[in-house]
Design a protein around this ligand. Sequence first.
Ligand code: CP
Length: 302
Amino acid sequence: MIKHFLALSSFSQSDLLSLIHRAHSFSINIKHPDKIQQLLSSKIVANVFYEPSTRTRCSFEIAAKRLGAEVINFVPENSSVKKGETVYDTLKSLESLGVEGIILRHSDDHIIDEIKPYLKIPLINAGAGKHEHPSQGLLDILTLYQEFGKLEGLKVAVCGDIKHSRVAGSLMVAAKIFGIKLYLCGPEILLPDIESDHIQKANFDEILPEVDAVMMLRIQLERHETLELDSSSYHHQFGMNHKRQLKMKKEGIILHPGPFNRGIEISDEMVEHPQSRIFKQMSNGVFARMAILEWTMKEELK
Ligand code: CP
């Protein structure tokens, strides 16, 4: 059976915990290369990114290389996409050429469902549309798990453009699976109409002293047709800064999936603040993606 990694919603709690433990063990063993088996030696995976990316694309490439795979970085702008080739034809062509796993980023919410039935190799969602970014979700819960040693009962405030954020989409799924309480904060027009036992809207300043972590999100201007943003006023109302950090618990942590807009949703000093785990998230991106690549491709290993 082909194992695709498309959405956290298709995983059980125990399967996700296995991936977290595997990613954590990669994070410990990374300093000892002899302890990391070249599980994907001689495999070829393709990074196929129709949208820009720094962290996800590079960390998948590094993760694949750490496991011994070779990586093709397919660039749509320099390809037959410019001659009108569809996503389906592009991926089937890569499969026919011998690529053994595809890591896909695309803006279309439905692209994964349309293509999946026709692929005979694992497909990994590297952020498609605005619903889920499951590898980011995995690295985010890995970061929380490493920090607090548990997930159930944690309280996390998410602040920003939640309506258009696939990072928030995957975090909401993970929150339900693990019993994390999420507080959605930000301008009302950027909040989704979702409330449940484990998700509720909250006033950012009021909830800060209660939470274990805050996940700051950037305004996804590329997904808005019309949005007037006054950066300074937004930062004053919803930005993470020294004044707000002082309201947090001393052991509370600051997260951001990146890329961040310094001075808008987060101040310069907060990115590198001792309570920030933003760069830890980025490092964890490699380990989470090693676990994902191993999980999706291990059935192919004899
Ligand atoms: N967090 C994230 O997905 O970053 P990139 O867009 O740089 O991959």
